[in-house]
Structure formats: structure tokens, C-alpha cells
Design a binder for this molecule. Structure first.
Ligand code: LLP
Length: 404
């Protein structure tokens, strides 16, 4: 995004024109940014050419995933719905991994029928269920076991998944038991060790620690894993001053690990692929100045973008037209929903705003629409993909009659 003559653009498209043509709120993605992210991600790890499985949960738009798939990426899915989305987008089943702590029998059955690369199991009971279903279909299924490496990802508590108090994966002892169990099974073939320690990770050291744990455990298990799935979690800069994940250091740690283990690395990135590709464009409905606080009431709300209400996340907010006039007041940017947590940010010395002005919230490409809901019977917004001067509607705004 950039300002040209004080007007904000995404690639060659004037954001003001988007609002006129498609109305607000609306999610806008930049193809150029998406392409750049994928190319950079690949470049960072090119010496061992990993299989990159895009974490569908971060953005479930079929048309966007189609574009991602064209760069050769696979998919990480966590439900039957996500698996259907990935297949619909044309993702090669042999590049799909299925994660999650609670896969149901019908989900496992569907995944087996679709011949995906791996089902990453997270408990003994799940392995037994995969075995039972595989046996009934007369098949041998490739699986992974998700290890809980008890590694602190040094990120928000709500999005940490690799500590022993978290529900994810199995502990070291169970892991060894399950490796031994799998060796004897007739219907499963253990191919992968998987981990995922958390999301929005900006420090490479937790990854380094996690790899040391894996190294030790694999040596101790004396088992040859065809794949090591390191999960996703690579963080992005939401604030201007946010530090960046040192990919070089992470890459070095993996290369060191691979000297002892001849396995194919799988990644499951979500946020780092799509996070900064998306912006949420919104119009100011009203401005209300109460005795204690001043409110900018937007037409976007927590149902459209849940991250601030759920995690206290902050998304950079920009005016669509720059006026150069700064307000002396502090404003809280809120949505129209009947919840006090329906607020996005509080800004001091922001540009002076008036009703009907447009603003954008940045970096909402990951866990934006995918976390959205129909709370207050609010239709989900339009989604558009911008390529140069071209605008493709990749999802239409929901119609009220579809919700009622
Ligand atoms: N693999 C597994 C098994 C995961 O659980 C996740 C994310 C990913 C991969 C992708 O992680 P990423 O590369 O996107 O960090 N709603 C939260 C994020 C929750 C992440 C859940 N798991 C947010 O809005 O920040």
C-alpha cells in the first residue's frame, strides 16, 4: 500500500474507488504482496527445498488458495471443511497434511478416501481410530505423530501450543510408546514426526530449542522418519517497530539438524504467507464524543475482524485520504456490535476525521475473514484480490436473506 497524491493505493488501485464500487466493509488482498511472500519464504529455506503446506485456517478463501497452489504449495488442514476447501482449490492431495487434536471418524474416513500425504495424529486413541478405519477399507495409511516438545514459543499465551500444559501433541514418553506401537501395526505406516509450538513467533531461539529436543528424541527413538513437519508460526511485523523473525538463524538451525537426520522438512506457514497481503477497508458511520471518551464508530466490527477482541491484537490503521491535519483528541475506533470488546484500537494524534471518511486496518490477511462470524446477523464482507490495476471479486458479500 502506498499514498499517491495523498490518496492510498493497493498496487495500482485507488482505495477510495473500491469503496465507491463495492461498498464497505471489504477485505482487499494484494497479489503482488502474496507472490513476494511466497518467493521469499521459499528463498529462505531453498537449500533443503521443504514441502510448504499453507495453513488453510489462516485464510480459507478458495480463490486465494488457488493462487497460492499455483506456486506449488500444499496445504495444512484441520477439519473436513478445510480439506474440502484445499481440494476445491486444486491442491495436490499428496501435498496435504491433516493436523488437529480432535479429528472425528468421518473426518479420518474422508481424509483416507482422498489419499492425502499424512494424517498427523495427536493421541493413542486417534491412532487406534485411524487404524480401525484403515483396516475396514483394507488400506495402509501414512501417519505422523505430533510431539509436544515442551518448548516455550515466547509468544502470546493464547497462541502458544508447544508447552506441556497445552492440549496439543503427545509427551516424550507417549511418543516412544506410539513409535513402538506403530512399528507393529498392519494398517498404519509411521512416516512423520510433527511439531507446532505456536503462532506469531518473532524470536528464532524457541525454534532452535525445539530442534534440539527433536534431535535428542529422534536419536533416542532410533526410528527413521521420512518427514519432519516443523509446523508454522513464523511471525510478521504488525507494528512499525516490531522486530522481524531471523529466518537466516532458523535456516541455519534446521541445516544443522539435517546433518544428523536425512528427512524431508515440511512447513505449515499461514500468517507469514498471507498476513500482510490483506487490508480491511471501513467507513466511519458516526463520531461520538462522550464526556470521558471519543469514539469513531466504524461499519466494520469484531465479527469482521476478531483479533483485537480475542487477543488484544493491534492492527495499524491508516486514513484513505491524507489531509495533513492532526486531531488533538484521542479516539477509540469501535464497531457497531453490542459488546464492549468490539473495539479495534485507540489512537492519539491521528488525522482529524469526519463521518463517512474511510480508514483501512492493515495486515488482516491471516485470521481475518477466517475468524469472522455472523454475530448480530451481520453478513460477511466482500473479498477482492488486486493484481496491478485489476480487481477480482474472490468472495461476494453474504446476502442477508442467506442468513435469515
Ligand atoms: N500448523 C498448526 C498445527 C497450527 O495450529 C497453526 C496455527 C499453523 C500451522 C499456522 O500457524 P501460523 O504460521 O499462521 O502462525 N488466531 C490466531 C492464530 C492461531 C494459530 C493457530 N494455529 C491469531 O489470529 O493470531
Amino acid at each position: 500500500m502506498k499514498y499517491i497524491n495523498k490518496s492510498l493505493f493497493i498496487e495500482n488501485v485507488k482505495i477510495e474507488d473500491i469503496a465507491k464500487k463495492f461498498n464497505t466493509p471489504i477485505y482487499c488482498y494484494s497479489y503482488k504482496q502474496l507472490k513476494e511472500n511466497i518467493i521469499n519464504f521459499k528463498k529462505n529455506f531453498k537449500s533443503f527445498s521443504p514441502l510448504i503446506c499453507f495453513a488453510i485456517k489462516s485464510n480459507t478463501n478458495v480463490n486465494l488458495i488457488k493462487e497460492i497452489r499455483k506456486f506449488g504449495l500444499g496445504a495444512d488442514v484441520v477439519s473436513m471443511g478445510e480439506l474440502m476447501v484445499a481440494l476445491k482449490a486444486g491442491v495436490n492431495p499428496k501435498k496435504i497434511v491433516f493436523s488437529g487434536v480432535g479429528k472425528t471418524s468421518s473426518e479420518i474416513s474422508y481424509a483416507i478416501d482422498k489419499n492425502i500425504l499424512l494424517i498427523n495424529a495427536e493421541s493413542k486413541s486417534e491412532i487406534n481410530e485411524i487404524e480401525r478405519i484403515a483396516k475396514s477399507k483394507n488400506k495402509i495409511i501414512d501417519i505422523g505423530i505430533r510431539l509436544n516438545p515442551n518448548t516455550d514459543a515466547k509468544t502470546l499465551k493464547q497462541i502458544s501450543t508447544g508447552k506441556k500444559e497445552n492440549k496439543f501433541g503427545v509427551d516424550e514418553k507417549t511418543f516412544f510408546d506410539l513409535v513402538n506401537y506403530s512399528k507393529l501395526s498392519k494398517n498404519i505406516n509411521l512416516k512423520c514426526l510433527s511439531v507446532h509450538i505456536g503462532s506469531q513467533i518473532l524470536d528464532y531461539r524457541p525454534y532452535e530449542k525445539m530442534l534440539k529436543v527433536l534431535d535428542k528424541i529422534i536419536k533416542k527413538s532410533n526410528y527413521k522418519f521420512k518427514f519432519i513437519d516443523l509446523g508454522g508460526g513464523m511471525g510478521i511485523s504488525y507494528e512499525k517497530n516490531n522486530k522481524k523473525l531471523n529466518y537466516q538463524k532458523y535456516n541455519i538451525a534446521i541445516k544443522k539438524f539435517l546433518k544428523n537426520h536425512n528427512s524431508k522438512i515440511i512447513f505449515e506457514p499461514g500468517r507469514s504467507i498471507v498476513g500482510n497481503t490483506g487490508s480491511l477497508l471501513s467507513k466511519i458511520i458516526y463520531i461520538k464524543e462522550n464526556s470521558k471518551k471519543n469514539f469513531i464508530i466504524l461499519d466494520a466490527a469484531m465479527n469482521d475482524l476478531m483479533r483485537p477482541a480475542l487477543y488484544g491484537a493491534n492492527h495499524r490503521t491508516l486514513p484513505v485520504i491524507k489531509t495533513g491535519q492532526t486531531s488533538k483528541k484521542t479516539y477509540e475506533f469501535v464497531g457497531p456490535i453490542c459488546e464492549s470488546t468490539d473495539k479495534f484500537t485507540t489512537l492519539k494524534k491521528f488525522q482529524k476525521l469526519k463521518e463517512k471518511d474511510l480508514i483501512v486496518m492493515c495486515d488482516v490477511g491471516a485470521y481475518g475473514v477466517s475468524l469472522s462470524s455472523n454475530y448480530n446477523v451481520r453478513p460477511k464482507p466482500t473479498e477482492i484480490l488486486i493484481k496491478g490495476s485489476k480487481i477480482n471479486v474472490i468472495k461476494k458479500r453474504q446476502k442477508l436473506e442467506d442468513l435469515i
